[in-house]
Every structure is written in structure tokens, then in C-alpha cells.
Design a protein around this ligand. Structure first.
Ligand SMILES: [Zn+2]
Ligand SMILES: [Zn+2]
Length: 378
């Protein structure tokens, strides 16, 4: 769902550098600054889009995701009528004053025509196997949806809506604010009509004039292979109904991949600890290594393998969400020393001990250090 052309909004090419994007953003902030823009309402709308685009393209991870999927979970601006997300301004302390004046302009820009519905955030648990193969999940949730009786218009009568008497339809009223050394008039959203400028004189009987009713929704979510905990799937337009004809919000389903008893995950790589008897480790053997999905893989253990030795099975990790390629499976050997020996075993080991050198190559690193390396350094 390539729903928004973030590159087009910023006016940069798809291979633009971080610096190009930053410059484009600064240029647009100046262009849409309320002190210079002729059409201030339009400038505000444009700035919301610019902020959203910059928020994504300035973040390498979000940008890579956007390049692949054409959208980014959690990246949309949170409201069509104000500045929900100022994320794009972080790191531009010198633009603080611009930020401030935008905000003021937003507060005073008049009656609210349409308000985008709220996003609904849900979460689902999936297993490591499901994260590997991708899966579908049905989510159920309750939202405020458009009232079917009045189609969200809050009345079914053609003359059921009047101009708000408190604000005369402006959606704003003045309030005297005392700030210690004097009072000044602050413009606030009209409390009677919540900024809509309208009063419902004949409310719809189904929704009591709110224009919305609670509705249970069900949706099947496609969870792609390679998803990690914290990733989200955005379902556009399935969130709460907008007000005053505004668009619906989205549903964002956050993924939680449950811990697996056998595998530790590090991005697209997996770590698996294989226990070996000390005889197998000393003599060498071939072992089966469990896989997340499918038949076990054979792995040759050479004679004299030390505890903590790391083997890598290429391409047997998790699929990457970014490029679909598979990571690797790291096998760490843990050598088990027997705790119970019968008398015959004991005798044989004592004989073995008497037979000469037990020289072993000193491992350069300890067991946990190797696990640490496997996880963090590869
Ligand atoms: Zn209604
Ligand atoms: Zn009003």
C-alpha cells in the first residue's frame, strides 16, 4: 500500500542522502512558515504532510521499511486538524521558534471542519514458527464507528442542525486569562460545540446526536514472515470514524513474538545451544540440529570440540523483513561432564587418566564470551 509519496512531498529523489533530506525539510519549513505563507490554512496542511514525510525519511530504519512496503507502521500523523506529531522537529533546536508559531497558528486557525478518527492500537502474540513462515490472525476490537442511521451527520432531519449560539458557528470563543501581571484574551475551542460550530437541535435517535455508535469489528491481519517484536501492521481506514466527515483512523497491530524455548533470536540470526557428551566432543560425531520449521539439519562435530565452540549453519536463521533473505543459525556447543558414573565407567576413566597426556588446545575465549560474541559480534 504505497499510500503516500514521501519523496515527492519533500521534493527529493529516491536516492537522496540524509543531508539532501534535511535540507529539503528546512527549505519547506521556511516556505510554509505562517509568517510568509499566503494561504495559512493550506500551509498548515502541507506542513503536516512534510512533517510526516520527514519523520520517516530521516530515520534510516523507517526509510528502509517505507522503501520496501510503501508505508511505515506508526508513521502517519495522528490528526488531520493539528500537529499530532512533531517528531520531525527533533534535532532542529534552531527551528524552535518556527515550531512555536506554527503551533499558535494551529490553535487559532478557525473552526474544525473535519477531524480524522483515532487510531486503534492492538497487539497479537505469535510464535517464532509463525514469525518464520508468516501467518494470519483475526483481531477483534470495538470502535466508535459512523452511525448508520444518520451517516455520522448527527441528525436525520434536514433542519436538525443549527449554528452554535455560543460561538456563532466560528468554533472558537475568547477566554480571559489572568497571567499575574494582567489579563489577555486567549482564543479557545468553543466548549458548547467542541469546535464544530454547530448545534444539533434534533439529534439522531440511534446515536443521540454524537454521529457515532460503538461497533464490534473483526479483521484478518496478514503478518509477514520475518516480523519481530515491536513491528506493527497498519490497516488503513479501519480505526475510529472521523468527525465532521473526516477520514477514519487506522488500526495498528503490534506484533509480539513469544520467546522460544530452543532458539534465541537476534534480528534474522538464531542461536541454539547443543549439548554434547564429553565422549562425543572428544571423539567427534554427527548430530541433529533442530530447525524452527522443518526437519533437523545434520552437523559434523569434529574430534576435540571444546565447550563453547560456535558453528554456523548458513541460511537457517529467520527471514529478514527487509529483503526476505535468511539469516544464519549459530550452534554453540555445551559439553556435558557426567555426574553419575558406574564402577566400570569409573575404572575405565581412571585407566584412561593413567594412559598419558590429556593435552587440550586452550580455548581462546570462555563459554559465555563465545555466546556473547555469537550474539553481538558474529
Ligand atoms: Zn446517528
Ligand atoms: Zn460553538
Amino acid at each position: 500500500m504505497a499510500d503516500k509519496d514521501f519523496y515527492g512531498i519533500l521534493g527529493v529523489s529516491h536516492d537522496a542522502s540524509e543531508q539532501d533530506i534535511k535540507q529539503a525539510y528546512r527549505r519547506l519549513v521556511r516556505k510554509y512558515h505562517p509568517d510568509v505563507a499566503e494561504d495559512k490554512e493550506k500551509a498548515q496542511e502541507e506542513m503536516i504532510k512534510v512533517n510526516e514525510a520527514y519523520g520517516v525519511l530521516s530515520d534510516p530504519e523507517k526509510r528502509a521499511y517505507y522503501d520496501r512496503f510503501g508505508s511505515v507502521p506508526g508513521a502517519a500523523s495522528s490528526g488531520g486538524d493539528g500537529f499530532g506529531d512533531f517528531g520531525g522537529f527533533s534535532g532542529f533546536s534552531d527551528l524552535g521558534d518556527i515550531f512555536g508559531s506554527f503551533f499558535n497558528m494551529g490553535m487559532g486557525s478557525g473552526r474544525r471542519q473535519a477531524r480524522r478518527g483515532r487510531d486503534v492500537e492492538l497487539s497479537v502474540d505469535i510464535s517464532l514458527q509463525e514469525a518464520y513462515t508468516g501467518c494470519k490472525r483475526t483481531v477483534e476490537y470495538t470502535i466508535n464507528d459512523r452511525c448508520p442511521a444518520c451517516d455520522g451527520k448527527r441528525t436525520t432531519d434536514s433542519d436538525g442542525i443549527e449554528t452554535c449560539p455560543t460561538c456563532n458557528g466560528r468554533g472558537r470563543t475568547q477566554r480571559q486569562v489572568n497571567i499575574g501581571f494582567g489579563t489577555f484574551a486567549q482564543i479557545v475551542e468553543c466548549p458548547t460545540c467542541s469546535g464544530t460550530g454547530q448545534k444539533v437541535s434534533k439529534p439522531c435517535s440511534k446515536c443521540n446526536g454524537s454521529g457515532q455508535v460503538k461497533v464490534k469489528k473483526k479483521y484478518e491481519v496478514d503478518i509477514q514472515a520475518g516480523m519481530e517484536t515491536g513491528n506493527g501492521v497498519r490497516i488503513p481506514g479501519q480505526g475510529e470514524a472521523g468527525l465532521g466527515g473526516g477520514p477514519n483512523g487506522d488500526v495498528i497491530v503490534f506484533i509480539n513474538v513469544k520467546d522460544d524455548p530452543r532458539f534465541k533470536r537476534d534480528g534474522s540470526n538464531l542461536i541454539y545451544v547443543k549439548k554434547l557428551t564429553f565422549t562425543d566432543a572428544a571423539l567427534g560425531t554427527e548430530v541433529d540440529i533442530d530447525q524452527v520449521v522443518g526437519e533437523p539439519e545434520k552437523l559434523k562435530i569434529p574430534a576435540g570440540t571444546q565447550s563453547g565452540t560456535k558453528f554456523r549453519i548458513r541460511g537457517k536463521g529467520m527471514p529478514s523483513l527487509r529483503n526476505g533473505q535468511f539469516g544464519d543459525l549459530y550452534v554453540i556447543v555445551q559439553v556435558m561432564i557426567p555426574t553419575k558414573l558406574n564402577s566400570q565407567q569409573k575404572k575405565m576413566l581412571q585407566d584412561f587418566a593413567g594412559l598419558g597426556s590429556q593435552e587440550a588446545k586452550e580455548p581462546s575465549k570462555g563459554f559465555f564470551e563465545r555466546i556473547h560474541d555469537a550474539i553481538f559480534n558474529r
